[in-house]
Write a protein that binds this ligand. Structure first.
Ligand code: NAP
Length: 280
């Protein structure tokens, strides 16, 4: 009981496959990341994306703009990147400074280059089952569940959280895999009675160690998306890992779990975007 789904190993495998594929390409896939301002967490995330892109052999461009950059300037940059043939994927690192309209800027990205899967076009396509670039974190979670060898089809899957970037797309992807899906949120009544029936439980809440052992079904697959700090400032997930793990068949750790897979899926989406744009 309590097998660990190792995000480090899985992510390395995915990146190695991409690297091998890219080696054989005459024109390399290109990823452009836009960072506005000096948010410390964003800096770390953008640095990680740059490192990953270089590792797999992509053309990597980071556009760092000052915190007071005007909205029209950011939009003009996105439009320019939309036009450039050597750029296959565009990502605007969130959150943006308050004076910028995230919704407008994100939706300026060409859906064919929307490697974060955050545009309305991508979200709508995901919902209707059309070909699209799906959000990286939920896609990574699906890969992690599949890596266990447990079949998703017909399983009772419960997602805690309904954000546009994790909870909702996660539920849609599980539905596409033919699970029976329940979405829970802060107004859900008697959450433990629902989560304790889940064969697959995905926690995307943002509350440290929120999911306790009595909320988990014996033998469940538990995916922890949360990235929080505990009372000692240590990184931890939404699941009370130490107490829950023995009850599960498989569980993801934090750190070393979903976060690394999210990064790998961004590389996968960039390669996918390159293929969708018809570049051989
Ligand atoms: P979010 O937008 O704040 O959404 C949190 C969701 O949890 C909401 O739907 C909220 O319900 C629900 N929730 C809050 N308290 C609850 C409670 N007591 N019972 C049941 N549901 C509750 O957060 P997010 O962006 O989805 O992120 C969730 C977590 O994942 C965060 O820790 C974030 O840092 C992490 N994350 C990790 C990655 C990664 O790569 N590993 C990527 C993205 C996010 P309501 O809708 O009713 O408010």
């Amino acid at each position: 009981m309590g097998n660990i789904i190792d995000g480090k190993i899985l992510a390395a495998k995915i990146k190695e496959e991409i690297r091998e594929h890219v080696k054989g390409l005459k024109i390399k896939p290109g990823l452009a990341v836009i960072q506005v301002g000096e948010d410390p967490a964003s800096k770390v995330y953008v640095g990680g994306k740059e490192k990953d892109a270089q590792e797999v052999g992509f053309l990597s461009e980071i556009h760092r703009l000052g915190a007071d950059t005007a909205q029209e300037t950011v939009i003009a940059l996105v439009k320019k990147l939309n036009e450039r043939k050597e750029i296959n994927g565009i990502l605007v690192q969130l959150p943006l400074p308050e004076h910028l309209n995230e919704e407008l800027i994100t939706n300026t990205i060409d859906p064919l280059k929307d490697v974060d899967g955050f545009t309305y076009n991508s979200a709508g396509r995901l919902l209707t089952g059309s070909k699209c670039l799906a959000a990286c974190t939920p896609s990574g979670c699906i890969e992690m569940i599949k890596s266990t060898g447990c079949e998703i089809k017909g399983k009772n899957a419960v997602v805690i959280g309904r954000s546009n970037i994790v909870g909702k797309p996660m539920a849609i992807l599980l539905l596409q895999e033919n699970a029976t899906v329940t979405i829970c949120h802060s107004r859900t009544v008697d959450l433990p009675s629902i989560t304790s029936k889940a064969d697959i439980l995905v926690a995307a809440i943002g509350r440290p160690k929120f999911v306790k052992a009595d909320m988990v079904k014996q033998g469940a697959v538990v995916i922890d998306v949360g990235m929080n700090r505990d009372e000692n400032g240590k990184l931890c997930g939404d699941v009370d890992f130490e107490n829950v793990k023995e009850k599960t068949s498989f569980i993801t750790p934090v750190p070393g779990g979903v976060g690394l897979m999210t990064r790998a899926m961004l590389m996968k989406n960039t390669l996918e975007a390159y293929k969708m744009q018809g570049i051989k």
